[in-house]
Design a protein around this ligand. Structure first.
Ligand SMILES: [Zn+2]
Length: 207
């Protein structure tokens, strides 16, 4: 089967975290441009620290406090820059794949009391439309043999494995919650299977 993405452009870019090689891949099916943010030499490497991150304009650009995406991305870039090698895959799939407009419609439903899962279902979307075949193809192109995945989400581990990625282990991501995203994080734990042990204390706070 041919790869769903093609390597399109690359350059080394200095960032506040350090130097990264940015590799852009194009998905021929929808024209999306996904980004591999690479630190060090990852070709033929085993147990490479990898974060598979889905774009979040509201969190990353506007610093919205409704989710923890920006903190997770920031953590991942810092973490990977501190390793000998690592990769952040930045996938252009806003709002768990439903798109920016539908994500804002879901926020409107949440303003009326729905949680993140129910809001998406009310709009007719399944819980998570993100797919990981592009991520798998990008890792393959980069020559990464196996990964240690930075995530709290077991479904992401399963999703990548289903696409053929050798996930050798999981590295938990601990982000302190704020008063706005507490409900969102509790929903991720209660309804989406995320492993967020830090929230035990928060539940008590909320009661
Ligand atoms: Zn977000």
């Amino acid at each position: 089967m041919s790869s769903p993405v093609q390597r399109y452009a690359e350059a080394t870019v200095p960032t506040e975290y350090g130097l990264f090689d940015l590799v852009v891949f194009r998905d021929a099916r929808d024209g999306a441009e996904h980004l591999a943010i690479v630190h060090g030499d990852v070709r033929d490497a085993e147990a490479v620290h990898v974060r598979v991150h889905s774009e979040c304009l509201t969190g990353e650009v506007l610093h919205s406090l409704k989710c923890d995406c920006r903190e997770q991305l920031d953590h991942a870039l810092r973490h990977i820059a501190a390793q000998e090698r690592g990769v952040v895959l930045y996938l252009r799939q806003e709002g768990r794949g439903i798109g920016l407009g539908n994500k804002i419609r879901a926020y409107a439903l949440q303003q009326q009391g729905a949680d993140t899962v129910d809001a998406n279902r009310m709009l007719g979307f399944s819980d998570d439309l993100r797919s990981y075949d592009a991520a798998s193809a990008m890792l393959d192109d980069l020559g990464v043999r196996s990964v240690l995945l930075l995530t709290n989400n077991p479904a992401k581990v399963d999703g990548l494995r289903a696409e053929g990625v050798a996930v050798a282990g999981r590295l938990p991501v601990h982000i302190p919650p704020n008063e706005h995203n507490r409900g969102y994080l509790l929903t991720k734990r209660a309804r989406m299977g995320h492993l967020l042990s830090d929230l035990g204390e928060l539940l008590l706070d909320a009661e």
